[in-house]
Design a binder for this molecule. Sequence first.
Ligand SMILES: [Zn+2]
Length: 282
Amino acid sequence: MGLWAMVAGVLPATVAAQPPCLAPRDVSFAPSPPRAGTLFRVHLPPSLAASVTTARLAGEPLHFRTVGDSVSAFAAVPVDSTRGLTLALLCTNGARVDVRIPTRDGEYPLERLTVAPRFSAPPDSALQARQRREAARAAEVSRASHATPRLFTEPFLVPRTTRITSGFGGGRTFNGTVTSRHMGTDYAGAVGAPVRAANRGIVRLVDGFHLGGNVIYLDHGEGLVTAYLHLSRHRVAEGDTVSRGQVIGDVGATGRVTGPHLHFIVRYGNVTVDPESVVERK
Ligand SMILES: [Zn+2]
């Protein structure tokens, strides 16, 4: 090895040539502060955006894109977030910048619900294993969605325009004990009523789940996934590309339900958010 190789190995010449990394104060949010259990936007100054190589928040990668002179990405606040979040940015010069994001409480209500007796006892181990398998398949749709390019250009729609019978985020009590949060929005509907795709996407999962009944999971790209539960009928197959507003299934009462309705889920990666923070209301 000659002298030049050694010099090239020790001189930090490449570091000086890199663009400067941005500072935490350069990053802004909308809305600010974001609320627990919602989707929000992270904005970077266009002049410094090229210095950011990766960004992660709440365990999920962010996908920045430039529209006009604005550089922004979707990000999600977990529903149980109470102490704010840290956005971890990695710059081209190798520096890591941590940006503290204060968050607002979701103020989700507590709801009492009576369910069929067969669901009030803890599920047996075989059933638990089935539920875990089904949850893992749904989680895989979310994980893989980060590698799908963004498939939509228009805002998200409500899958049904009927009234909301149960909102997102409420704690549910089964027989007096809080056991879970309601991680979706319920829309009224009779069996057979149409369910529409919230946006353009690829059908990644069509199956019958124990809790969700007949389900459809759509991958909209860049981490955004929507799911439609308790359907009486599927009208699409895995691998189909669906358009925004296309009828993909029928309202039903399959899975763990007390009556027919649509349970609608929106996820950014594996962070489930309030659909009302995503869909456009006219
Ligand atoms: Zn529901």
